[in-house]
Structure formats: structure tokens, C-alpha cells
Design a protein. Structure first.
Length: 246
């Protein structure tokens, strides 16, 4: 992870990542910025995607067009922080530039990259861990009663004739604080929402991914329930094996 993630000075905590998604776009929006017709961008966008510079993010539970994101976090860092703060850095204001950019770094660079690392890990892990599901992605679940939208960082599922069998729901937070029971409560709520909409959640496992470990209360709940997977950095990067629930 980039060095600045540990804050602007001694004892300075990393800000909590917001739930706002990183800016995304579509061929039409990109064409508008470039003053070109979207059809003329098909080939260059396809080439950039094939080369790994762009990604088409598809929500497996929502019938909507995919959105385009910049794949490389270094390029995102350059566009979102280096370019806007260049003059300030070059005139001796590096500390000020970083303080003004830390929330952007967490919510739009570190956070999305950590979430993608978690999805990549789940794709590489034993398929049984994700309940045998074949698709791993992120999704958004609308909560009409609560007047909210829940962004789910990690979901593993299989589509079945208009409904989905949900193998796993996961929460991934790029913070320097241990994750606690609130993360599990949120996943349980989303699981209930999906079940109420006809999706199969009878065997859904829950997963909490953390950069800094887990609160003892969450660990106790996970052991007691038997359907919760806790994944920290040693597990994520292969130093420790995952502890599979059940």
C-alpha cells in the first residue's frame, strides 16, 4: 500500500472511507467531455480495456449499463492528487497538499483498490469458500423502507432465471481501525433485503475484510454463528490460510 496511507503525521488516523463510490462514466459521458460522438470512441475504449487501463464495472443484480473506471490506482492517484496539487507541492506545500488530499486518497484510490484486492482474492480462493458461486463483483442494494442504498463491496452469486443464488456477501473497509459487529449487522440487513426480493440467501456466507484485524466482539460473533468469514491482510496476501466457517 502507498506510504502516505498512515496519515499526515504521528498519531494522525486514516480518515474513514466514505460510502460514496469513485466517479464512474460511460461512453456517452466521455464523448461529451471530448466533444466526440460515443460511437467514435468504441475502438479506443476497447483497446484501453484490453490493455488493462480501463475496466467495465457491471452490477450483477442491476439491469443497467456498465460504467467505465480507471483500473490502475497509480493513474488515479496521478489524476486525482498529483495534478491538482502539483503547484502547491512545488512551492513547498507538500504537507498541506497531502492533508487536503487524504480523504480523496482513501475514498477514491485506496478504498476502491482494497475492495478490488478482496474481490480478486475471492476469485482465486477455493470456490467452496464463496458457496460455489461463479460471479464475483460489487453491487448496490436499494432499501426503500430505510430510504438508503447499500453498496456491497463483495458479492458472489449465480443468476437463475431473474433471481440470484447469493453465495457470499462481503464488506471491505480500507481503514486503520479494526472492524466490528456493525459491519456484520449491516451485511445481515442486506441479506434480509435480498431474501425479501426473492433471491436465494438460504446458504449465504458473510465476509468482513479488514486491513487492521477485527474487534473481539466480531470474532466471537463469527465463531458463534459459523457462517462468517474474517479476512485480514495476512490471509488476503497468502501468509495465513483462511478460516472457513462451518
Amino acid at each position: 500500500m502507498p506510504g502516505p496511507a498512515h496519515g499526515g503525521g504521528p498519531g494522525t488516523p486514516l480518515p474513514e472511507a466514505t460510502r460514496d463510490p469513485p466517479p464512474t462514466s460511460s461512453p456517452a459521458k466521455i464523448g461529451g467531455l471530448l466533444e466526440r460522438d460515443r460511437t467514435s470512441l468504441s475502438r479506443p475504449l476497447d483497446m484501453l480495456t484490453t490493455a488493462g487501463h480501463l475496466e467495465y464495472a457491471r452490477d450483477p443484480l442491476q439491469e443497467r449499463r456498465p460504467v467505465i473506471t480507471v483500473a490502475d490506482p497509480i493513474i488515479r492517484f496521478h489524476n486525482l492528487i498529483t495534478v491538482p496539487k502539483r503547484d502547491l507541492v512545488e512551492t513547498g506545500g507538500a504537507r498541506q497538499a497531502w492533508e487536503e488530499s487524504r480523504s480523496t486518497f482513501v475514498s477514491r484510490i485506496l478504498g476502491p483498490h482494497f475492495e478490488q484486492c478482496c474481490r480478486d482474492w475471492l476469485c482465486r480462493a477455493d470456490r467452496d469458500i464463496r458457496g460455489g458461486a461463479s460471479t464475483v463483483a460489487a453491487t448496490v442494494v436499494n432499501d426503500q423502507a430505510g430510504h438508503a442504498k447499500h453498496e456491497i463491496d463483495v458479492v458472489a452469486l449465480d443468476r437463475q432465471a431473474g433471481r440470484a443464488r447469493i453465495g457470499m456477501l462481503g464488506e471491505a473497509k480500507a481503514t486503520l481501525t479494526r472492524r466490528g459487529p456493525a459491519d456484520l449487522d449491516r451485511l445481515l440487513h442486506v441479506k434480509e433485503l435480498l431474501g425479501a426480493r426473492g433471491h436465494d440467501v438460504t446458504a449465504t456466507r458473510l465476509a468482513v475484510f479488514s486491513m487492521e484485524g477485527f474487534h473481539p466482539d466480531l470474532v466471537s460473533s463469527a465463531r458463534r454463528r459459523g457462517d462468517v468469514l474474517l479476512v485480514d491482510l495476512p490471509v488476503l496476501f497468502g501468509a495465513d490460510p483462511p478460516v472457513v466457517p462451518g
